[in-house]
Ligand binder design. Structure first.
Ligand code: ATP
Length: 470
């Protein structure tokens, strides 16, 4: 699809005009309003600077979190607040999901331009603030999802958003699979609607993967939800050379291949699809040969501990009990082959080769698998490696070894000349935990669901609307 991007308009077309740009500033904000990972904010800077340098008055809009789901009651109150009936209401959801801390972070990042913030996204108050803007000023609007019209793609809400500006830009690939007002409804109402630079970059890399991948092409998939990935797998399997499977989904693949997987969760809804894929592509699909296993109760205990630490703002850096073994990435030959079952210092966690008995479940790929996957990835120096989804329960240090090593192998492949692309909701977090910089990856997709939907060839309303004439 031929997309109109920022450079399709003359530089002068932006001068003194109001530009409404959809960005994805859905970042983690801590208890003390500190921003966690700000990759999504940084990725919009090229478009922000492109427009402000050309004299546009730039209005940024985004959602943050799911205020509706988490505080259904308060959300109704928020709607009342928007109707100016605030008296006596508890507004803690507004604080929790406010984009104000993001405005502060953005002004630290872009010191040359004036960034201001307004505590709503439509209405006379917002218009008044826009009227005060000078060329090159930036205004961040409050969380779009404080209005129910956003997720409902409500026509009146879309119209109010569209009335704020002359030109519409979408620079939020990660939400472009959603038919929400700020992505679709409002965009439709503009004559001039363009793709931002980050959206353009995402589409260039992901289109290459989808339509014309560099060869050899290795796809590494992990995580738990097979449902989300099946479309992408269906589309990509004919084009890839190897599919390396890890994470919880590996146990459904193994089970479908006749291997005992103990208490590991099996996705029976997609069991037949996987069986068919295994028989159609027996040489392409590579499954783990060994696993880190534990009991359901120990996993639950560790997950509760990890959640508590997260709430207290001190996430554990407890490492895998198997970390004392030599790193498979740095010295593959020095790792001795584990026996069929090796107990770790913590007897609740062990390394199993082959079948997993009842009472145990796989929570990470084992050391031999790490070695095999790592060497396939890092030696694919002229090819393409795409990685989506963690190899284990990586939020818990004990079960992070596989994910850490895949992240490091991706960096090694990149340094050796391979094109590497990482996508999926948890990936940036996994990279950070493995101390791999995003600069050691050819492209880190800001999208999780959007990346998978795009790779599956599904409709992307936020992109298709840019070519629609209303
Ligand atoms: P979410 O909607 O929670 O962000 P997601 O779309 O990122 O999920 P996936 O990418 O499918 O979901 O899965 C990520 C999750 O998979 C991680 O939380 C990780 O703990 C979990 N996971 C990975 N391997 C395993 C495993 N072996 N057993 C259980 N869970 C696992």
């Amino acid at each position: 699809m031929l997309l109109r991007t920022l450079s399709n308009l003359d530089d002068l077309a932006y001068y003194g005009k109001t530009v409404l740009m959809r960005v994805d500033f859905n970042v983690t904000i801590g208890k003390d309003n500190e921003i966690g990972e700000d990759y999504r904010i940084r990725m919009t800077i090229p478009s922000i600077e492109y427009l402000t340098k050309r004299g546009a008055k730039l209005i940024l809009m985004s959602h943050l979190g799911r205020p509706k789901k988490i505080a259904e009651m308060e959300y109704k109150q928020i709607d009342r607040i928007q109707q100016n009936t605030t008296s006596g209401l508890d507004t803690s959801a507004i604080k929790q999901f406010s984009l104000l801390p993001v405005a502060k972070r953005l002004s630290e990042l872009i010191q040359m331009y004036n960034v201001s913030f307004i505590d709503d996204c439509i209405g006379p108050k917002v218009q008044k603030e826009i009227d005060k803007m000078d060329r090159g000023d930036i205004l961040l609007l409050e969380n779009l999802r404080f209005h129910s019209g956003e997720e409902l793609n409500d026509y009146n809400f879309s119209k109010e958003l569209a009335s704020l500006a002359d030109i519409y830009v979408n620079d939020a690939f990660s939400v472009s699979h959603r038919k929400h007002a700020s992505i679709y409804g409002a965009a439709r109402l503009f004559d001039k609607k363009l793709a931002g630079l980050n959206l353009k970059k995402e589409l260039e890399y992901l289109s290459m993967v989808k339509d014309d991948p560099v060869k050899p092409f290795i796809l590494v998939v992990g995580g738990s939800k097979i449902k989300d990935k099946i479309g992408a797998l269906e589309n990509l399997l004919p084009k890839i050379d190897k599919l390396l499977v890890g994470g919880a989904m590996a146990y459904t693949f193994l089970n479908a291949n006749g291997v005992r997987t103990g208490d590991s969760p099996i996705d029976y809804d997609h069991f037949q699809w996987i069986k068919n894929a295994l028989s159609k592509y027996p040489d392409k699909i590579v499954l783990p040969i060994d696993h880190i296993v534990t009991s359901q109760s120990f996993l639950k205990l560790k997950q509760e501990e990890s959640n508590e630490k997260k709430e207290e703002g001190k996430e554990g850096n407890e490492n895998s009990t198997f970390d004392s073994l030599p790193s498979p990435v740095s010295s593959p030959s020095s790792v001795s082959s584990p026996s069929s079952s090796v107990s770790s210092p913590s007897s609740s966690v062990s390394l199993k080769k082959g079948a997993i008995e009842d009472g145990l479940l796989g929570v990470d790929i084992g050391i031999e698998t790490v070695q095999q996957y790592s060497s396939m990835i890092s030696q694919n120096s002229n090819g393409l490696v795409v990685w989506i989804g963690p190899m284990g329960v990586f939020e818990i240090g004990l079960f992070r070894n596989g994910t850490n090593n895949i992240a490091k192998s991706m960096a090694l492949a990149f340094w050796r000349g391979s094109k590497t692309i990482i996508g999926g909701g948890d990936t940036l977090d996994a990279l950070k935990k493995a101390q791999v910089s995003e600069l050691e990856v050819t492209h880190v997709s800001t999208g999780g669901g959007a990346t998978l939907k795009f790779l599956a060839g599904d409709e992307m309303p936020g992109i298709e609307v840019l070519n629609k004439i209303h």
